[in-house]
Design a protein around this ligand. Structure first.
Ligand code: M6R
Length: 619
């Protein structure tokens, strides 16, 4: 959940601190409990670290600047072991005279045993973190060997859990050593300068040439190049690739917040995710696939594993994939999957959905599925991340970098990718025909323009949000694919505006939740299109009447032209018409905009809500 950056360069302008601070600013979404840097200088290691957001560190450095350097590491933290204090902020130090500095992302599970061992040797600690244990161990090994890479290797083999570690030593200027297990680390290749980052955003302002490291690898960067080994010291190679987006994609582009910008990126995110998916025979082109068509034809069930917003995308996928393929689809919260003794075998396709590709719960679910012999497919937004690498096949969403902690454009891209997967499987198995698939694809291609149109109509939603800034509880109702949309609307409001919000399947209301309705209770209702099968539209209109009769304030999201809802709505928010299964791509947009403005109205931090981090890399 933390963000880490490393840099070495031979440039005469000694810009290590500038590069690392810029990288931290781009990675701050990963955690913002504290931030710190360490520079290798002629005067030894110079370090500063501060609790709170990066801005606190920036101010401290402005008050007391550090000497110029060409070698640096930096860290932005989401606290796990030890509270968000200056002492617990990274870097941590080790070795004789504290001449080693180390930063860490992840959790070292056996740190208690290692710490006891060090305490018995008289080592003193200044923090409550697991990281400081690694710093002391690497420092001690360095004092023995004088070789930072060897020191790192000796220590990582003793650590259990998930970690990315970066270390520098005062006696090794021009060297940063990194190691990774179950936690991300990417190398950036510049001209006479090399970078390390939790993801490419760390160095995108300087280079688009990246190298993805494999599991259990160590990398050493110097101004002359980088060298990769495995944990045993055998030479290894990373996988080089070019980042397809540039620094501007990770900036606010004139919007007040990343979230607002990312909401406006959604037409492009959907369009890009659809791009180039089908060959001239109408067959889907997966980005990476190590599953034969024959195996895909043999699938008897699909299990989707994901967390949070990605799990709601999975719930939408269930309706579409089951409808098009007739394959039973189950959606499991990734953190529950392993513990429910899942029924999974070699005819099960386990589809993981993850924006970051690093969510530990989802990663562990994928690993468990692999162990059980399932076929695994990852729908992911982040090239080079761990989950796609652990999966047999990958379908990348092309939403571009999502910086705001609250997921928006990734959600739409995930749903879009799920539709593509469903259509592809249906076609492969002969359940649906090229003509049907083409029809859905044609409608999908209209979606970006419809989202654009919808974004132009959000003034009233903004007004409603400001009007509702004092709300204590908000309910969201939906049916069919509108149900996960309701859940997502509630999640957005909880995480952004800290308001109690619940999403319900509208049919469930009379089985209990209707007791919550009292005069003035605001309720959003996602109404299915009038032509949705099984008279669902009529049933939801009845649900609206039921709650309205009990005094609820009804805010209805309904298609253009749906007049049936008007008599029972305090507010009607119109969305463009589309096919019933594709409706979530539109219906969720007003709910995102509502949460964004309600958070703004309450003067909260839209991009970095309290207690959260973008990538949840701990279980
Ligand atoms: O990176 P992932 O898609 O795996 O992340 C999953 C969830 O942590 C994420 O969707 C989370 O729920 C968002 N903050 C919701 O806005």
């Amino acid at each position: 959940m933390c963000g880490i950056v490393g840099y070495v360069g031979r440039n005469a302008d000694d810009r290590a601190l500038e590069v690392v601070m810029e990288g931290l600013a781009r990675l701050e979404y990963r955690g913002y409990d504290s931030a710190g840097v360490a520079l290798v200088t002629d005067a030894g290691i110079l370090s500063d670290k501060r609790a709170g957001k990066l801005e606190n560190l920036r101010k401290a450095l402005a008050r007391q600047p550090l000497a110029p350097s060409r070698t640096a590491i930096g860290h932005t933290r989401w606290a796990t072991h030890g509270g968000p204090t200056d002492e617990n902020a990274h870097p941590h130090h080790g070795g004789e005279g504290d001449r080693l500095a180390l930063i860490h992302n992840g959790i070292i599970e056996n740190f208690h045993a290692l710490k006891n061992e060090l305490l018995a040797d008289g080592v003193e600690f200044t923090s409550e973190t697991d990281t400081e244990v690694a710093a002391k161990l690497v420092g001690r090994e360095y004092d023995r060997t004088g070789d930072l890479t060897a020191a790192m290797r000796a220590v990582v083999n003793r650590l259990e859990g998930a970690f990315t570690l970066l270390a520098v030593h005062a006696d090794s200027p021009g060297v940063v050593v990194g190691a990774r297990r179950n936690s991300p680390l990417v190398v950036g290749v510049g001209d006479g300068e090399f970078f390390l980052g939790s993801d490419v955003a760390a160095f995108i302002g300087y280079t688009r040439n990246a190298v993805e490291l494999g599991q259990d690898q160590i990398v050493t960067i110097t101004p002359d190049g980088y060298a990769v080994t495995d944990f045993a010291g055998n030479p290894a190679a990373g996988r080089g690739y070019e980042v397809t987006w540039d620094a501007s994609a990770a900036e606010k582009g004139g919007f007040a917040t990343f979230m607002e910008k990312e909401i406006h990126d959604q037409p492009q995110a959907v369009a890009d995710t659809l791009l180039g998916r089908f060959d001239e025979d109408g067959c889907l082109v997966l980005d990476e696939v190590r599953i034969s068509e024959e195996d895909l034809r043999r699938i008897t069930r699909i299990t989707i594993v994901a967390c949070g917003t990605a799990a709601y995308a999975g719930m939408v996928a269930k309706y579409a994939i089951e409808h098009w393929t007739r394959i039973p689809v189950e959606v499991a919260l990734a953190h529950e999957f392993r513990y429910c003794d899942p029924i999974v075998d070699e005819t099960t396709l386990v589809v993981s959905i993850s924006q970051s590709g690093e969510t530990m719960d989802t990663l562990m679910a994928v690993k468990h599925a692999n162990e059980l012999g399932a076929l695994t497919l990852s729908i992911c937004n982040t090239h080079g991340s761990t989950i796609p690498r652990e999966s047999d096949a990958v379908l990348y969403t092309h939403a571009g970098p999502e910086i705001a902690v609250a997921s928006t454009k990734a959600f739409l891209a995930q749903i879009t990718a799920s539709y593509i997967l469903g259509l592809y499987l249906a076609q492969l198995r002969g359940e649906t025909y090229a003509d049907d698939a083409r029809e859905v694809m044609a409608e999908l291609r209209q979606i970006p323009a419809k989202i654009e149109d919808l974004l132009g109509r959000m003034d009233r939603v903004k007004e409603i949000a400001y009007f509702m800034a004092d709300s204590r509880a908000v309910l969201f109702l939906g049916r069919h694919v509108g149900f996960p949309v309701a859940l997502e609307g509630a999640l957005k409001l909880k995480e952004l505006a800290y308001i109690h919000a619940e999403g319900f399947a509208a049919g469930e209301l009379k089985h209990g939740p209707i007791a919550l309705i009292e005069p003035g209770q605001p309720v959003f209702i996602v109404v299915p299109a009038p032509d949705t099968p099984h008279e669902l539209h009529k049933k939801v209109v009845s649900n609206i009447q039921e709650i309205r009769a009990r005094g609820a304030r009804t805010i209805v999201i309904a298609e253009d032209g749906d007049e049936d809802v008007v008599p029972f709505a305090n507010e009607v928010i119109r969305v463009p018409q589309t096919a019933p299964l594709l409706a979530p791509l539109l219906a969720v947009v007003p709910l995102q905009v509502f949460a964004l403005h309600l958070s703004t109205a309450k003067d909260l931090d839209v991009d970095q809500p309290r207690n959260l981090a973008k990538s949840v890399t701990v279980e």
